[in-house]
Design a protein around this ligand. Structure first.
Ligand code: PLP
Length: 390
C-alpha cells in the first residue's frame, strides 16, 4: 500500500495549532495596528528570553536579517565576508546586498558545516565579517571560530535560519557571536505564516543600529540618521510567532526523535547525519548520502514520498556568482557532498507510521540496488575526502 508522505505539510501544521493561530490573527486584525506595534514588542521580548539574549529585532525575512546585521557591523563595498558555499543561496545574497564579496570556505565532511580549520587560509586584510551557517539544524564548532575571529578583531554573524533552538554546550544558536540571524520562513523550525526574520544581539549599540536600519534609518519619525531600508516583521506574523514559541522545544524534540528512528533504520545502508558531541541538533532537515541519489528520489516519489536536495548547486558554482571566478574543484568536500545528498521528510507532525514507511521504502530501494548503498565510518569518509582534496 502506498502511503502519502509529502516533503512538508503546512496544513497539518496549522490544524495542530489552529485555535492559537486563529485567536492571534483575529486579535491583530481587530486591533487596527499592523506595523511596529505591541505584538512585535511582545514577540521580541519573549524570543530574547527564550534565547537568553539581551535583544531581538524582528525584520521581514532571514535574508534581510543577515543583511541588517552585516550593515550594523559596517560591512560594505570593498569588504570580504567569509562564508560557506554549502548553504541556501540567500545567505550569500544578503552579503551581496551590502556590496561586500563572499569568500567561500569548505565544509567539514562529518557535520556538513563550515570547516573551522580552513578559515585562517581565507582571511585577508579585507575580511570584515565571518558568517558561520548552522546548516540542517546543527551548529558550527563555535568556540574555536570565535577565538580566531576575536584574535583578528573580526565580528561573527551566525546564520541560524535552519537551527532555531539548537545549542552548543547549552548555549542557544545565535547567542554566541556578535549577532544571530533567524528566518521564520513557514517551514522553518519556528515558522511564520508568510515571510519573517529576526536578529538577536547582546550589544546595545548594535541593537540601536538595527532598530534604525530596519525602519528607513530613522532615529525618530522623519529624522534619518542612517541609510536604512523597510524590513519590519508584521504584527500578524509577530503574533503568530509568539503563539507558536511555547511549542518550539517540543517540536524540536519530536524532530530529534524522528531523526533517531531514521538513523537506526537506515545506518547500515546509507550515510546518516553525524551528531557532534556537545551540540544539540534540531534537524531542520534530515539528510542522507548514497551512491544513486536520483534513483532513490524517483523510487521514493513513486511510493508517495517527497524528497528534496539541499542544495544541488553550491553557491560558488551558481551562475550568479560566476563573476567571482571560482571553478569546480575549489571546494572539494562541498562539491562531493552535493552529488550525494538527499533530504527525507522531516517535520514534527509526521506520524510514526509515516516514518516507518519512509524507512521501509529507503531500505527496499537499497536492498534492490546494492550498488547504491554507501556506508563507511565518518573518520574513513573524512580521510577519503582529505585525500581527494590534495
Ligand atoms: C541557511 C539559510 N540562510 C538564509 C535563509 C534566508 O531566509 P529567508 O527565506 O527567510 O529570507 C534561509 C532560508 O531560506 C536559509 O535556509
Amino acid at each position: 500500500m502506498v502511503l502519502n508522505v509529502p516533503f512538508g505539510d503546512m496544513k497539518v501544521h496549522y490544524r495542530a495549532i489552529q485555535k492559537e493561530i486563529d485567536e492571534a490573527v483575529q486579535r491583530v486584525i481587530a486591533s487596527g495596528y499592523y506595523i511596529l506595534g505591541p505584538e512585535l514588542e511582545t514577540f521580541e521580548k519573549q524570543f530574547a528570553q527564550f534565547l537568553g539574549a539581551n535583544y531581538v529585532v524582528g525584520c521581514a525575512s532571514g535574508t534581510e536579517a543577515i543583511y541588517l546585521a552585516l550593515a550594523a557591523f559596517g560591512v560594505g563595498p570593498g569588504d570580504e565576508v567569509l562564508v560557506v558555499a554549502h548553504t541556501a543561496v540567500p545567505t550569500i545574497s544578503a552579503i551581496s546586498m551590502t556590496g561586500a564579496e563572499p569568500v567561500f570556505v569548505d565544509i567539514d565532511p562529518k557535520s556538513y558545516v563550515m570547516d573551522v580549520n580552513k578559515v585562517t587560509a581565507k582571511l585577508s586584510a579585507k575580511t570584515k565579517a565571518i558568517v558561520p551557517v548552522h546548516l540542517y539544524g546543527q551548529m558550527v564548532d563555535m568556540e574555536p571560530l570565535l577565538a580566531l575571529a576575536k584574535s583578528k578583531g573580526i565580528p561573527v554573524l551566525e546564520d541560524v535560519a535552519q537551527a532555531t533552538g539548537a545549542t552548543y554546550k547549552s548555549k542557544q544558536a545565535g547567542t554566541m557571536a556578535e549577532c544571530g540571524a533567524f528566518s521564520f520562513y513557514p517551514s522553518k523550525n519556528l515558522g511564520a505564516f508568510g515571510d519573517g526574520g529576526a536578529v538577536c544581539t547582546n550589544s546595545k549599540e548594535i541593537y540601536e543600529q538595527l532598530l534604525m536600519l530596519r525602519n528607513y534609518g530613522q532615529s525618530k519619525r522623519y529624522y534619518h540618521d542612517q541609510i536604512g531600508i523597510n524590513s519590519r516583521l508584521d504584527e500578524i506574523q509577530a503574533a503568530i510567532l509568539a503563539a507558536q514559541l511555547p511549542f518550539l522545544s517540543g517540536w524540536n524534540k519530536r524532530r530529534h526523535e524522528i531523526a533517531q528512528k531514521y538513523t537506526q533504520g537506515l545506518k547500515d545502508l546509507v550515510i546518516t547525519p553525524h551528531e557532534e558531541a556537545g551540540r544539540n541538533h534540531v534537524y531542520h532537515l534530515y539528510v542522507i548520502q548514497n551512491n544513486d541519489r536520483e534513483g532513490l528520489q524517483k523510487y521514493l516519489a513513486d511510493q508517495g514520498i517527497g524528497t528534496l536536495i539541499h542544495y544541488p548547486v553550491p553557491a560558488h558554482l551558481q551562475k550568479a556568482y560566476s563573476y567571482r571566478g571560482y571553478k569546480a574543484g575549489d571546494l572539494p568536500v562541498t562539491e562531493e557532498m552535493t552529488q550525494r545528498i538527499l533530504s527525507l521528510p522531516m517535520y514534527p507532525e509526521l506520524t510514526d507510521a509515516q516514518v516507518d514507511y519512509v524507512i521501509e521504502q529507503v531500505r527496499n530501494f537499497h536492498l534492490q540496488n546494492p550498488q547504491a548503498q554507501l556506508v563507511c565510518s565518518s573518520s574513513e569518509r573524512a580521510s577519503n575526502m582529505a585525500l581527494q582534496s590534495r
